[in-house]
Design a protein around this ligand. Structure first.
Ligand code: ADP
Length: 510
């Protein structure tokens, strides 16, 4: 069992090695180099073959000249006349044939008269036959007319390759026959040595290329390994790892993209974690208050007034939770991208007027003057329900965070600038100090967190009918999200003690 697992692992490793980009890159590199080297070697070999043959031919030509001169001298010394059966006498002259040389003497018609160094009788005949000597009548021609070019030879493989070249033999301007000399083409065995040298050099070069290519591709691909390793190390809860690869190539770009993706993931993950923690915290407070309140009511017999007060507290906490859960649901849907806007053409001013009418009773309760400014016709494309929620949140905040009193006002107005429609909600309430402004649209952010729930001080104050439900800090983040979903923006300006203005800008419909 153990052994087979080991073998399996070995084979998996083996096959993954052959499938690796690193191996395949190196192999391609080696294959291309091998093709180049083989072509190059073949060319070098061919050039060498030609040169060796030329050298052999040159050596034979020189030797033929020497032998011919020797023959002429011998003929002269013996005073052999051209008329008296010359060929027989000439062929009988002992010529200084060297080792490895083959010399064949034939009559003008190519009939072999004598030979030296041949292994058998047929060899000389076949050489002459292969050479195809011009058939010339003895004594009928001039030296120049029957001479063959030096390169007109034949190669015959005895144990080694031989090159044969013929030369006509003249005695007193009469062709008396042919002298054919054969010499090994490659006496020093240059060609086999060259083949071995080239084969070894090619093999060595390929081996070096394979090793070098493997190392180099490994170096070039190490970021990929680093990316894989980091990706493996990253778990759901630990998104801190980064590649921090600062090379300027494609892999550096990939690693940078990967790091930026991790940044975004980590930020989203942290937001999600924070959101869950905040939501649980927000829900825990009213639950604690309800628990305390019911505990206190049940601990001993109480007056009807006490029970009424306790139920009031429980009701208000319940309302708070219901509202919070509603907002959390909206945010969860927003995050999951599950919100489908029902887009239709809406008059922004109409919508603002509806919202003002809806919040008029709340304003009246706090003796706040809820008024409208200019409300020109402003066609926009949007979801009526969400846009009403957005404007409603702003109006509600303006009322909620303004002190009660006849001097207070909340104004809602609309307008358009440069193709952008805007709805502005302003008040002359408490205002917001500058250090809070950048965080105002964050989830669960509240300027005065003491105004929210505190289980400690809830038992003694009796909530009055109409007391607004304390805020959860989610209202403005929902406003911002709705604005963004409609390709708009929301801005805020505020002066502590003087008032606040929220403005949502939305693209106008043409
Ligand atoms: P909440 O549910 O607490 O109202 P929001 O996101 O709507 O949450 O508002 C965040 C904070 O911004 C509030 O806690 C409040 O302190 C401050 N705020 C919002 N609107 C106004 C306003 N018109 N005047 C003064 N403060 C405001």
């Amino acid at each position: 069992m153990k052994l087979s697992a080991g073998v399996e692992r070995f084979f998996t490793g083996f096959t993954s090695f052959f499938r690796s980009v690193r191996f395949r890159l190196s192999m391609w590199f080696v294959l291309v180099l091998a093709a180049i080297l083989v072509v190059f070697s073949a060319f070098v070999y061919y050039r060498q073959v030609v040169s060796v043959r030329d050298q052999a031919a040159a050596r034979i030509v020189i030797r033929l000249r020497e032998l011919n001169a020797y023959l002429q001298r011998a003929v002269h010394d013996r005073e052999i006349g051209a008329t008296a059966s010359p060929t027989g006498d000439v062929s009988s002259i002992q010529l200084p044939v060297q080792e490895e040389e083959v010399l064949i003497f034939s009559d003008p018609n190519g009939k072999v008269l004598s030979s030296w160094g041949t292994s058998n009788a047929q060899e000389a005949d076949s050489v002459i036959e292969l050479l195809g000597l011009p058939t010339v009548q003895a004594g009928a021609s001039q030296p120049g007319m029957v001479s063959m070019p030096a390169t007109t030879g034949v190669e015959i493989t005895k144990p080694v390759d031989y090159l044969f070249l013929p030369t006509p033999v003249f005695v007193e301007n009469h062709l008396i026959g042919w002298m054919v000399l054969g010499k090994p083409v490659d006496p020093d065995r240059q060609l086999p040595r060259l083949v071995i040298t080239l084969a070894l050099a090619v093999a060595l070069a390929l081996l070096i290329a394979l090793g070098g290519g493997y190392l180099l591709s490994g170096r070039a691909l190490w970021p990929v390994k680093a990316i894989t390793r980091t990706a493996r190390q990253i778990s759901e809860t630990d998104l801190n790892q980064r590649l921090n690869l600062h090379t300027r190539d494609e892999l550096g770009e990939l690693a940078g993209t990967f790091d930026r993706m991790l940044d975004r993931l980590q930020a989203a993950f942290n937001r999600q974690r924070q959101f869950t923690a905040d939501a649980s915290h927000e829900l825990r407070t009213p639950l604690t208050i309800i628990g305390l309140e019911t505990g206190r009511a049940l601990s001993s017999a109480r007056s009807g007034e006490d029970y009424r007060r306790a139920l009031h507290v429980i009701q208000s906490e319940n309302e708070f939770m219901a509202r919070l859960v509603g907002e959390l649901l909206t945010l969860a849907r927003m995050d999951a991208g599950q919100v489908n806007l029902k887009l239709e053409e809406i008059d922004l001013s109409d919508l603002a007027l509806d919202v003002v009418e809806r919040y008029a009773p709340l304003a009246a309760q706090k003796t706040i003057r809820l008024e409208t400014g200019d409300l020109p016709e402003l066609p926009i494309q949007g979801d009526r329900q969400y846009l009403a929620q957005m404007t409603g949140n702003l109006v509600e905040n303006a009322i909620k965070y303004s002190p009660d009193g006849p001097g207070q006002w909340v104004r809602v107005e609309t307008g358009a600038d440069n193709g952008t429609a805007w709805v502005r909600v302003s008040d002359n309430g408490q205002g917001i100090s500058a250090d809070h402004l950048p965080h105002l649209f964050d989830r669960f952010y509240r300027v005065d967190s003491a105004r929210s729930h505190n289980p400690e001080n809830n038992g003694d104050e009796e909530p009055e009918d109409g007391d607004e439900i304390p805020g959860s800090g989610l209202g403005l983040s929902i406003v911002q999200w709705i604005a963004q979903m409609h390709h708009g923006t929301v801005t805020v300006e505020s002066q502590p003690g003087r008032g606040t203005t929220f403005e949502v800008q939305l693209p106008i419909k043409n």
